[in-house]
Design a protein around this ligand. Structure first.
Ligand SMILES: Nc1nc2c(c(=O)[nH]1)N[C@H]1C(S)=C(S)[C@@H](COP(=O)(O)O)O[C@H]1N2
Ligand SMILES: [Mo]
Length: 353
């Protein structure tokens, strides 16, 4: 019902038009890279449909050599690079904020508004250098797209911007491949921006325009939405989740394997993940996957002994600066429902009951 081609039919669907859906926790937990059919979808308007032959990108604004690139030019003039990166929506874990105070009309994302892929494409830095941008200037790089959203009044195409310094860093791509296949249309094909370490909203899909300018994008989704306390959201906050066992699952007593993920702007800065099964009095350190990919989530697991009865599990990540996640979502509540990074919680039932 309402699931587009190429997507699993067990996705948790929040809206069908535009299509907004996340993979169930147990599906997300299965693999480091999220298969394309399970990858979360976050849209603000109808999905544009143009093949690679009809796609063009203009690069202009404060550059000495404006460019027009078609798909062949982008993929042959510039060397291709691969980056493993997790995209995470700023609204990930919004459901817990909505439980604090309602957020009507906002998708109640659980912990699955994030997914990981290996992206392949040209470095945005190489394209900007070809356009002869001044790399030291205090500028912003705005992205424009053709999907018109009716969320703003009047309707407006989706757009965003990032600071020039981030745009010139090696991890930011104009990607045309995801997990070794041509970028699916639903995920921005033929070409999208991928901004690792930043909220997903800056990774503009179906990008057709790049404008270098002295100010942030005036687009609704930069200037009005995806803001917190007056500032545009950029880097991802330190966060974690428990994915396995899934919510409401009844499990056997004895050793129980818990698993989840931790994420930060830079995965190398995640120091450890701790788990508590006694309401936060005592904490055990989980086994954390190495920071092999700087821009990707890190998966964690821990075996705990579970006795029959209700089992409440908490998890929190620490960074290498000694900072950890806040305990409660209550003071984090904000009208956009963004950036919830309170301790992760799961209520489980152990035994036959
Ligand atoms: N053109 C365009 N780009 C977009 C969006 C959109 O609606 N239109 N949504 C953004 C948001 S909020 C997120 S979280 C990611 C989601 O990417 P995905 O649908 O490939 O998972 O795309 C971003 N890029
Ligand atoms: Mo998002």
């Amino acid at each position: 019902m309402g699931i587009p081609d190429g997507k699993r039919d067990d996705l948790i669907v929040h809206d069908t038009a535009p299509f907004n859906a996340e993979p169930p926790a147990r599906v997300l937990a299965e693999s480091m890279l999220t298969p394309a059919d399970a990858f979360y979808c976050r849209n603000h308007g109808p999905i544009p449909d143009f093949g690679a032959e009809r796609w063009q990108l203009s690069v202009g604004g404060a550059v000495a050599e404006p460019l027009i690139l078609d798909h062949a030019a982008l993929s042959t003039r510039f060397r291709a690079h691969e980056v493993v990166a997790t995209l995470a929506c700023a609204g990930n874990r919004r459901a817990e904020l909505a439980a604090v105070r309602p957020l009507p009309g906002k998708e109640p994302w659980q912990q699955g508004a994030l997914s990981t892929a290996v992206w392949r494409g040209a470095r945005l830095a190489d394209v900007l250098r070809a356009a002869d941008v001044d790399p030291g200037a205090d500028l912003h790089v705005a992205f424009t797209a053709p999907d018109v959203s009716t969320i703003p009044d009047p309707p407006e195409p989706f757009g965003a911007s990032i600071p020039l310094a981030k745009a010139l860093s090696e991890e930011v791509l104009l990607a045309w491949e995801m997990n070794g296949a041509p970028l699916p249309r639903l995920h921005g094909g033929p070409v999208r921006v991928v901004v690792p370490g930043y909220i997903g909203a800056r990774s503009v899909k179906w990008v057709t325009g790049i404008v270098v300018q002295p100010f942030e994008s005036h687009n609704h989704f930069q200037r009005v939405d995806y803001r917190l306390d007056g500032s545009a959201l950029t880097a991802l906050a330190l966060n974690c989740a428990i994915l396995d066992p899934d919510d409401g699952v009844r499990i056997d007593g004895g050793p129980v394997r818990l698993a989840g993920y931790a994420i930060a702007e830079d995965a190398r800065r995640i120091d450890r993940v701790e788990v508590s099964t006694d309401g936060g009095a005592g904490w055990q350190t989980a086994r954390l996957a190495p920071a092999e990919h700087r821009w990707a989530w890190r998966r964690w697991s821990l075996s705990v002994d579970a006795e029959a009865g209700p089992l409440s599990v908490l998890a929190r990540a620490w960074d290498d600066g000694g900072a950890t996640q806040p305990e409660s979502p209550v003071p984090l509540w904000n009208p956009g429902g963004y950036a919830n990074n309170a301790w992760a919680r799961r209520e489980l039932m152990v035994g036959s009951g």
